[in-house]
Design a binder for this molecule. Structure first.
Ligand code: SAM
Length: 230
C-alpha cells in the first residue's frame, strides 16, 4: 500500500490495541484519517479534527456524515465528530483531556519556533495520554527518485533520525513522557540502514491517571466547522 495508507494504518492499529476513547487529529486536512477511524472505531467516543486551513477542511468533511448503515447497525455507543479550524500552536481549552493526539506529517510544516510552541501546547497544556507524531526521515531522501531538496515545497525542515529523537527526548524530559521510535516504508538490502521513509514517535504520558473532563467545553479559540453526533 502507498505510504500515506501505511501511516493511517499505523494509527488504526494503535487504536485497535490501546482503545482510546477521545482522539484528536491535528493537521487533519481532508479528514482521510478521521474517516478511517470512524470506520474502525474500536470504542472511540469523541473524534476531533483540527486544521489551520479551513478550505481543505470544508472540501471533504461531508464524508464524515453518518451513513444509513451507521443507524442500521448501531455500534458501541454514541460517537461525536467535531472539526475545527485552528492552530496547534494555540492553547484551546476544549482540546484537553484526550487519550490520543495524532500529528501525521504535520510538524515539518511548522517553522522551528512554532515547533517549540507546538511541544508546549500539545505535551504541556493538552497533556494527552498518548501522542503519535510522524515526519519525513531526510536520511531516506536519496532513495526517492528525482527528488531535489525537500519532499514538499511547504516543508520548513526535514529531520534526520538523530534530530527527531533529540527533539522527542527533550519533550519527554520537559513534560513527563516516554517515547519509542518506529516508522513505515522500509528500504531493502543494505539501504535498510537509512531507516524508515516516514519516522514515527509514539509518546506515552508517564502519569497514568485519567485527566478526562466529563463535560465538553465550548471552543474559545478554535472555530467549529462541523459537528455530528450519532
Ligand atoms: N495529516 C494529513 C495526512 O497525513 O494526510 C495531512 C497532512 S498535510 C501534509 C499538513 C496539514 O497540516 C495541512 O493540511 C496544513 O493545513 C496543516 N497545518 C499546517 N500548520 C498547521 C497548524 N499550525 N495547525 C494546524 N494544522 C496545520
Amino acid at each position: 500500500p502507498p505510504l500515506y495508507m501505511q501511516r493511517y494504518q499505523f494509527v488504526i492499529d494503535y487504536v485497535k490495541t490501546y482503545r482510546p476513547k477521545k482522539v484528536i487529529d491535528f493537521g487533519c486536512a481532508e479528514c482521510c484519517l478521521l474517516k478511517k477511524l470512524k470506520f474502525h472505531r474500536n470504542g472511540i467516543q469523541l473524534l476531533v479534527g483540527v486544521d489551520i486551513n479551513s478550505v481543505v477542511l470544508l472540501k471533504r468533511m461531508h464524508m464524515l456524515a453518518p451513513l444509513i448503515s451507521d443507524y442500521l447497525q448501531p455500534s458501541d455507543g454514541p460517537l461525536t465528530i467535531e472539526l475545527y479550524q485552528g492552530s496547534v500552536t494555540e492553547r484551546e481549552p476544549c482540546t484537553r483531556g484526550f487519550d490520543l493526539v495524532t500529528c501525521v506529517e504535520l510538524i515539518e510544516h511548522l517553522e522551528l519556533v512554532e515547533v517549540a510552541s507546538f511541544s508546549e501546547v500539545v505535551f504541556g497544556y493538552m497533556s494527552p495520554g498518548a501522542v503519535i507524531v510522524s515526519t519525513p526521515n531526510v536520511e531516506f531522501n536519496p532513495l526517492l527518485p528525482g527528488l531535489k531538496g525537500f519532499r514538499n515545497y511547504d516543508h520548513k525542515f526535514e529531520w534526520t533520525r538523530a534530530e527527531f529523537q533529540t527533539w522527542a527526548h527533550k519533550v519527554c524530559r520537559d513534560y513527563g513522557y516516554s517515547v519509542h521510535f518506529t516508522g513505515v516504508g522500509e528500504a531493502v538490502g543494505h539501504w535498510r540502514e537509512v531507516g524508515f521513509c516516514t519516522q514515527i514517535a509514539v509518546f506515552q504520558r508517564n502519569f497514568h491517571g485519567s485527566m478526562s473532563n466529563a463535560e465538553r467545553l465550548e471552543p474559545s479559540v478554535y472555530r467549529l466547522m462541523y459537528k455530528v453526533v450519532y
